[in-house]
Design a protein around this ligand. Sequence first.
Ligand code: PMP
Length: 358
Amino acid sequence: MDVSDRLRPALRGFEPYDPAFSPCRVNLSANENTHELPGELRAAINAALLATPLNRYPDPMANELRDALAARHGLARENICVGNGGDELLFNLLFAFGGPGRRVVSCPPDFSEYANFAAMCECEVTPVWRSPDDFSIDADALLAAAGDAALVILTSPNNPTGDLLDRALVERLLERTNALVLVDEAYVEFAPKGASVMDLLPRNPRLMVLRTLSKAFGLAGVRVGYLAADPAVVDALGAVRQIYSVDVEAQAVALAAVRHRDALAPVVADIVSERERLFAGLTELPGVHVWPSAANFVLARVPGAAEVRRRLRDEHSVLVRDFSATLGLEDCLRLSVGTREENDVLLDALSVILREEA
Ligand code: PMP
């Protein structure tokens, strides 16, 4: 049965998400945290799961978790909305504040779901393309585009380019436009201290900050993200969300993780130092250009990237993400930072392939 002509027109042409996953010895394709969870954290999570009854519906707003997250950031429960991953919150933001006739501005190349969700929610998207050389954002072009936009989405560090946002630009956007401004900080725990714009929240009711437990916390499979924002935004999202989208197990795991987050510091520090080692190793390889990154991945321009990605997978059982087909990212691979052993496997395999191809 062909249902395509019965679909809502805005949804035609979308396909089920395919992460192009194939089982590999080393999977560095999805910016996950590949380190084992610290023992203290694993034990706290296991105990929390054992103590969680499964027969009752979850607390819809996950208030205990909201309180723990609010305490993490010096905010109040009313400033936090949790979601089934950052993805749910991104969709709900566009659903709530977008719609036909509303414009969304973002700075590609960035997280592809922004444009997908915006299109599904029938928003018009205005891209302000980053510089092809260093991925910097043209502040004047962004301010001009943001003038009458409903929502501006910025990413810091940006996926897949790894660069940080200039906080002065966020301040200018808030001062000079009337747009809601979302700063997606999914990877900010890997950035130098002071990178977050969370501290601007109390004075700026149009600012929203997205966080996730999928990256630094190593809980991508649990599906918990959160938005920190003005209570009016949190209420609006609370009204449109699927009421039980964050299940009892996800709430229990997230709460244990947030309470024991200090145990994660050595893992994050190791990923940051491995990122710098991976960066240095990549710069030694023939023909490779690599951009500095503040996240848990690096973007590298590699001659014949699509073929290199295929050979990494088929000959070395290493999976990375190919961005060759993305505008502005020709011949680019995104390499997640793994453990020391995984990064060595990647560097050795790349070195073999690139010396053969050269
Ligand atoms: N924002 C960015 C920039 C991302 O890269 C991702 C995941 N890849 C997300 C948000 C959403 O992550 P999650 O749904 O796992 O919280």
